[in-house]
Design a protein around this ligand. Structure first.
Ligand SMILES: *[C@@H]1O[C@H](CO)[C@@H](O)[C@H](O)[C@H]1NC(C)=O
Ligand SMILES: *[C@@H]1O[C@H](CO)[C@@H](O)[C@H](O)[C@H]1NC(C)=O
Ligand SMILES: *[C@@H]1O[C@H](CO)[C@@H](O)[C@H](O)[C@H]1NC(C)=O
Length: 363
């Protein structure tokens, strides 16, 4: 049934691969998106659009289309306003939009395989400066809350699938920042589509689309433009995971397999001072008989599903993450009431108005 040597071989392969890719960062070709920003010359809100086809203009007559990474959107012009742009902010006021857009764009770019591999291998040290504040914290539903830099960046960059981690050999191959708005320097809202495709260079199915993950939510920036807080939702992640893995986790067979895999893998990574279970058998017994299996619609719970997700992070920092996989759940895989998980902003951030631009009336 489950072969420990097979799992050991897979983990060694993953480590070898991670090192190889780190040494040669462009070892595999990745499909890059072309991002363009369509800007009204009289400085109305830029409309970032992303597609491989010609970008669509926003409806004003005087538009410029430019690569977002190379061109400033803060052009000024003396041309008269077109009807769709009459409520624009003054010229030059939209620099922060480009800054916030670029930051979010750079964050998602690092989730695209193999860009995240150095972060899986080296942790926070491999994250470029300027993306996250050192005290960043946030909530990602339905996964959990994250209260410091390492915690946050591991969620963002160590959880995205790598080809070796799923039956389809799939990873995020490109993304679209499909929706974006930033009304003030402190706050932005975005929706990203993460395209998930087979990575199998030379194989007949290389590049085949497996599925897409949608993440939507709000970001809060500090004065330096780094992400200080985030409140994001993974939409229908249960469907995403079942398509990614081609597995129906409602079946007893799939549940038993996930328990076995989790117990095998933690036994390889949570060793010495980080050991959580007496043996693989004891782990299987605890996860089968003392924990609910749970569901990917609510990963943040005292469940097998939660442990299987946090297991992914044990490769980066076993000291921090092995307890989450262990019997206690290490304060992460524990049951909080729904009203606390989703609504207790005061408890998580000490305030409730983080994602509101200054001057927006309180609720
Ligand atoms: C995305 O990341 C890769 C690897 O770090 C980099 O080479 C590329 O320029 C980035 N693309 C954009 C659009 O930022
Ligand atoms: C975070 O950065 C600030 C300065 O930007 C520094 O004063 C503080 O000590 C840093 N905190 C940590 C935990 O690194
Ligand atoms: C997560 O949120 C809960 C409930 O608000 C809180 O008690 C816990 O300390 C938070 N944990 C982290 C790691 O932020």
């Amino acid at each position: 049934m489950v072969n420990p040597f097979l799992y050991a071989a897979q983990v060694s392969l993953l480590l070898a691969l991670s090192r190889g890719i780190t040494a040669h960062p462009i070892a595999r070709s990745t499909v890059w998106e072309t991002v363009t920003v369509t800007t009204c010359k009289n400085a109305c809100v830029p409309h970032p659009t992303s597609s491989s086809v010609t970008s669509v203009t926003s409806g004003c007559d005087d538009t410029t289309t430019s690569e977002v990474t190379t061109t400033s959107t803060s052009e000024t012009s003396t041309t008269s306003s077109s009807p769709t742009c009459t409520s624009s902010p003054p010229p030059n006021n939209d620099d922060f939009r480009k800054r916030n857009y670029d930051t979010i764009h750079r964050i998602y770019n690092l989730t695209i395989f193999p860009n995240q591999v150095p972060i899986i291998t080296y942790g926070g040290a491999a994250v470029p400066d300027g993306l996250f504040a050192n005290d960043t914290s946030g909530r990602i539903s339905p996964v959990g809350n994250f209260t410091d830099f390492e915690d946050s960046i591991e969620y963002f960059f160590a959880l995205p699938p790598i080809p070796q981690s799923n039956k389809n050999n799939a990873a995020f191959s490109r993304f679209e920042l499909a929706q974006f708005s930033s009304e003030c320097p402190e706050v932005a809202a975005s929706t990203v589509y993460l395209y998930t495709s087979v990575v199998n260079p030379g194989g007949p199915d290389d590049g085949k689309l497996i599925t897409i993950l949608r993440q939507t939510g709000f970001w809060k920036f500090n004065a330096k433009g780094e992400v200080e807080n985030y409140d994001l939702d993974l939409i229908e992640i249960d469907h995403f995971i079942s398509e990614l893995t081609s597995t129906d986790y409602d079946t007893p067979e799939a549940q038993a397999e996930l328990i076995a895999t989790t117990c095998m893998t933690q036994a390889l990574r949570c060793v010495g001072p980080y050991q959580e279970y007496e043996s693989i058998e004891q782990c299987i017994d605890v996860l089968t008989n003392q924990k609910k299996f749970g569901s990917f619609t609510n990963i943040w719970s005292d469940s097998v599903v939660c442990r299987s997700i946090h297991l992914v992070l044990t490769i980066t920092r076993p000291a921090a993450h092995c307890p989450h996989v262990g019997p206690s759940g290490g304060m992460k895989c524990v049951d909080y009431p729904y009203l606390v998980r989703e609504f207790d902003d005061e408890r998580l951030w000490g305030r409730t108005d983080l994602f509101r631009c200054p001057g927006v009336p309180a609720y």
